[in-house]
Ligand binder design. Sequence first.
Ligand code: C2O
Length: 393
Amino acid sequence: GEKVSEKLVECSDPNRDFPCPPSLKVPIVDFKPESTVKRIRRPVHLLDKEYQDKYKKAIRKMKDLEPSNPLSFAAQAAIHESYCDGHYRYDPTEKNRPFDVHFSWIFAPWHRMYIYFYEKALGDLVGDDTFALPYWNWDSPEGMGIPAIFKDPNDDNPLYDPNRDMTHRDALIDLDYLHADKSVGPIPFVKTPATAAAYDAAVNKNLATIYQQQIRGGRGPRAFLGEKLCSEASFRVKEINERSKRRQNGKQIKTDSSQSQGTLERMAHTAVHVWVGRQKPKTGCTLADGVLGHDGQPHCAYDMGFLGTAGRDPLFYSHHSNVDRMWHLWSTKLGNEGFTDTEWLDASFVFYDNYKEPRLVRIKFRDVLDARNLGYTYDAESEASLPWINSKP
Ligand code: C2O
């Protein structure tokens, strides 16, 4: 409901080796819509050298801020972590449930807000208020691999992260990776005569996945954006997971942690996380190797591969810029409308703004339904020729 983030119990957890985001006692101001659209988000793989350098410089500066600064890269990653890994408890009187910005209708608007303030901070850091967060264009064949500027390990590249699955470094992405046959190795991103048939089939399959996510399976806000927070479906997820854990000896039980997620969150978004992140074999995984999840178990996945740590990889934010673009296209080009419940429209969160003199901005879901209110949009060129628009499976 309203002012969700102010009702949450303060972040704290002595069992963790990473900090909670800074909680500064600073004034809270209400969000004011931006008056002009001055930031145009473009595909990462099409950035010119100058823009690439600006992106790197901005991230470098953000990484150089003190972690106690809420606009530092470390603090930004911790914000995501705390909102998805049980640092906060929702409604402590009622079962002390962990609060999460995933698995419900909060997913799309919360992440839009989060990367909006991140983008603005990057612009501030390089003194350019037209700086727009480039997006990883994984819905287009030219973007179906990790963008080159994120892969370069040299020269202290601030966009590089060693905690990725290196077998996917130069591979073609699988946007349906969760259902993929993992015994078949990845197809190289660069097409050759020898791989042409497999490559074409994989690209077409990716395009069909996006068609399914955006069009065929994404009709209506519940299907696309997810179920209401605290809906029966969102609680069922936990019960199913617990039940399947109990029965794991012997029989294979299919778990479904996805029923409360919309296609926007459940499909390409999740596949990209798991495909990029570094995983360790489940057996023998200890806390020293991984992170503690809110199920109380150590998770031996790193950075993008686990929601709790995903924000530590700079690629996360360009990934989410494209997830956000998928929502934008769904609402604009594809003509869909979000929820009309005031419970959703008036839900609000607070985010830090202004790295020089941090303050908190309270922003409502209704403020972010139209990207123009946030002063950004996506490039018209890629919208004019969406490669998946007719990719009926
Ligand atoms: Cu908050 Cu892609 O996750």
